[in-house]
Design a protein around this ligand. Structure first.
Ligand code: HEC
Length: 193
């Protein structure tokens, strides 16, 4: 009896505590990511548990800047992920197939010109066969795929809004073919130091 009387308080207390915790997380999150089609706030509770809290993901969630852009160790992994998860529909160089081209400055959804919007489209999907990818790719893997797709970009640098000023100065349109050494040094290096 005692416990059944206490229960509502416990429940309300618990609910309040989690609401406060959630709003604290939302405030710290820096950026609110929204579904490309519906505008609904994306729920990262749905993300795969692995690769959810890497330093790269944390930085991206705060700033919207993908720290893996132009890091050769991440590009190599991003290419592999792109070839298994995206190229069947978007083409090997992101030139477009049953899905639109991803390597030029035209976007059906203009927000995909930002990495924040691009990430939201991958996580939450768009229309037709562009389904949400949150059950296929870890959040960290999404950032690697994005770094690779951005690297495939071939149009004028003015459209490459995701690059830092230093990266812009060095920008060259994707030459069409590229190979990387095995496990090159960088943030995404898998072996050794
Ligand atoms: C089964 C086929 C399929 C797969 C796999 C797929 N896509 Fe798509 N994608 C599409 C289609 C079709 C569209 C067009 C949807 C629309 O217009 O709403 C699209 C749209 C997009 C867009 C929006 C482009 C724009 O112009 O605004 C992006 C970005 C995108 N896909 C990225 C990816 C990435 C990255 C992957 C791999 C992680 C991927 N897609 C996997 C079929 C696919």
């Amino acid at each position: 009896m005692k416990s059944s009387k206490k229960k509502p308080y416990v429940l309300i207390g618990g609910a309040l505590a989690s609401m406060i915790a959630l709003s604290a997380i939302a405030q710290n999150a820096g950026i609110t990511f929204r579904n490309t089609i519906t505008g609904e706030v994306l729920n990262f509770d749905d993300a795969l548990p692995e690769g959810k809290d890497t330093p790269g993901v944390k930085k991206f969630m705060q700033t919207g800047v993908n720290p893996y852009n132009e890091d050769v160790s991440c590009l190599k992994q991003g290419e592999q992920l792109f070839l298994s998860a995206c190229s069947g529909c978007h083409g090997h160089l992101g030139e477009g197939k049953i899905g639109p081209g991803l390597n030029d400055s035209y976007w059906t959804y203009p927000q995909n010109a930002t990495d924040e919007g691009f990430f939201s489209t991958i996580f939450g999907g768009a229309q037709a066969s562009m389904g949400p990818q949150y059950a296929n790719l870890q959040l960290d893997e999404m950032l690697k795929v994005m770094a690779w797709v951005r690297h495939l970009y071939k149009d004028p640098v003015a459209g490459a809004t995701w690059l830092t000023p230093e990266q812009r100065a060095k920008y060259k349109p994707y030459p069409g073919h590229e190979t990387f050494p095995d496990d090159p040094p960088g943030q995404c290096k898998t072996s050794g130091k």
